[in-house]
Design a protein around this ligand. Structure first.
Ligand SMILES: [Ca+2]
Ligand SMILES: [Ca+2]
Length: 364
């Protein structure tokens, strides 16, 4: 009986924990625009810029989106969730800016694609459709200075705000759907919620009822590169989604391009000689590939070698397409084995015993 109770308890916990895990924190401010510009939580009200309140939403002409002042507890850290539609998505259309007067330091949509304009980053997918309601979420993390934008639960673009361009200004104004030079659309908004913390990708997805399965990483290619990185790394696995990130040896890879749920490419980051874990992270969790990536000394970077070189320096290196490295120099011994002037290393950094060059035989 006791074990049956325990089993029941574990079963219930097992069902509850994933749901709780993705649940968003309580918003600091809730604007429903249901015949009112008030904050349901009693904070500052939205200010109309000429639009019309209805039973469920605020309808605005171009440039008439609402403004709120001093709504952020920390002007550098927030989540802003907006459910709205635009009637015009041609060219740049301003969605959200934190400057006291509307300007181009703003989140835009251009041709349907999210664009954090001042950070120079834009989405590679068409995220919004004219006349269709979308949930757009923007987050900024005060510690990492990373801004992320999600549409309908999926991360579309992120950028590093080193200069604090998306920190709210001194008057604390947040302008919605308004621009300084006509780059705005008419539309309607039926809800804006503001949080004092950064929602996780899983929490943002949960706003749209999305539940993310954890990814797996089964294989990758190539399996090695020089320490300066650079080759396009192709990773195979499962449950890849837009917004997936990759680290190799703990260093974030750039240019992550999710080709499908099972294949992605990225640019191999810089690394240190030796093996490095390949980790894929999505809103559903992280997965570490079973095998390791190997960093070997890159071409033109012989100083990084630590190969038990005896007799003289390595003066040149070249990485073969298969990851093996040819080294040349004035040495007579490599990794405890007699090798003069030229040798080849396997991709894992061990000596390739399979070759001894004509040159070396002759020199000896
Ligand atoms: Ca403008
Ligand atoms: Ca509403």
């Amino acid at each position: 009986m006791a074990s049956a109770c325990r089993l029941l308890l574990l079963t219930v916990l097992g069902m509850l924990v994933p749901a709780l895990w993705a649940q968003a924190p309580t918003p600091a401010h809730v604007y429903d625009f249901n015949n009112s510009l008030a904050d349901a939580n009693g904070g500052p009200s939205m200010v109309s810029n000429g639009g019309t309140l209805g039973a469920t939403e605020y309808t605005f002409g171009a440039g008439q989106g609402p403004t709120v002042n001093n709504a952020l507890a920390n002007p550098a850290e927030y989540t802003v969730e907006m459910r709205f539609k635009f009637t015009n998505l041609s060219g740049y259309r301003n969605i959200l800016n934190f400057t006291n007067a509307p300007g181009d330091t703003a989140l835009f949509v251009t041709g349907g694609q999210m664009d954090i304009y001042a950070l120079g980053v834009s989405s590679s997918t068409v995220d919004m459709v004219t006349g269709q309601v979308h949930r757009v979420v923007m987050t900024r993390n005060a510690a990492t200075k990373v801004c992320k934008v999600y549409v309908d639960g999926l991360q579309r673009v992120s950028g590093l705000d080193v200069d604090g361009l998306y920190v709210s200004g001194t008057a604390g104004a947040m302008n919605f759907f308004r621009d300084n030079s006509g780059e705005h659309s008419a539309g309607s908004v039926d809800q804006i919620r503001i949080y004092n913390e950064v929602l996780t990708p899983a929490q943002v997805g949960a706003l749209d009822g999305l539940v993310f399965q954890p990814p797996t990483a089964s294989s990758f290619s190539p399996t090695s590169s020089g320490t300066s990185g650079g080759p396009t790394l192709t990773i195979e696995g499962t449950n890849f989604i837009t917004g997936t990130s990759v680290t190799v040896g703990g260093v974030e890879a750039t240019d992550v391009n999710v080709l499908s749920g099972t294949t992605l490419t990225c640019t191999t980051p810089v690394g240190s000689p030796g093996t490095a874990s390949v980790v894929v992270t999505t809103a559903g969790g992280s997965a570490t590939a079973a095998s390791s990536f190997t960093y070997i000394v890159g071409p033109g970077d012989p100083d990084a070698l630590d190969l038990g070189i005896v007799g003289g320096d390595v003066q040149a290196t070249a990485v073969q397409p298969d990851g093996k490295v040819i080294i040349a120099g004035e040495f007579t011994e490599v990794l405890g084995v007699a090798r003069s002037y030229i040798a080849r290393l396997n991709a894992d950094g061990t000596l390739d015993m399979g070759i001894r060059s004509e040159c070396e035989q002759r020199c000896l």
